[in-house]
Design a protein around this ligand. Sequence first.
Ligand code: ZN
Ligand code: ZN
Ligand code: ZN
Length: 236
Amino acid sequence: MLSILFLQEYDARTGTDCECGRTDAGPRVWRCIDCTDNAVCCASCLKERHQRTPFHKVQRWNGQFFARQALCDVGVTVHLGHDGDRCPKVAEQDAVSMSIGDVTEIHAARVYRCNCAATGEDPTPLWEQLLLARLFPATFSESSTRSAYTFRLMEHWHLDIMQGKKLVYDYWLSLQRRTNVVANDLSGYKNFLRAGRYWRDLTSRRQSGQGHGIDAFLPANRYPGSVAIVCPACPE
Ligand SMILES: [Zn+2]
Ligand SMILES: [Zn+2]
Ligand SMILES: [Zn+2]
């Protein structure tokens, strides 16, 4: 088994011409360890395969080993508001550099918002566009929204701390180490902590039915706005 694990560290095709036939994108030195097919390929093939999966974990052969690299380094970008396609009204300078946390790792990403708006109205705020794309913003201010987390990460985090009684601090540090194994960076911790509080509150309001005004259908002895699970046998 150990020899099979060692096999994962190198690919004999590394450095050869890519099977796509394009020579302008360089030799095969890139690979994705989240794709089922993790064969080495050129930068162009990697970009093409990941335009709709921008939060995969990729690596580049540096001559000695496969080192962590970001998908935005090969030109993969995130587009909001048009099902993953670029907004026809967005300009190159509108791109925002963001940090996006996912279960795979914390990614650097270039995010293009949607600038479409009805006549006389402003475009949808960035935090709202992120939520619609299943990215939970760390802050809700138009100018300071530079971090977000995939819904997949928030759901994983919520289940993990509920089941394992883990501290948010420990979860965040393990995600940091998944990004960079020697990292001890707590710079994004407070943002994640705050986002987690929002997520837990929104989840409990959604799951309790309060988001749909369930109080109108429940016995009057319940506290208005309660998110506790209804117990029919309990006098409350
Ligand atoms: Zn991939
Ligand atoms: Zn290629
Ligand atoms: Zn648009």
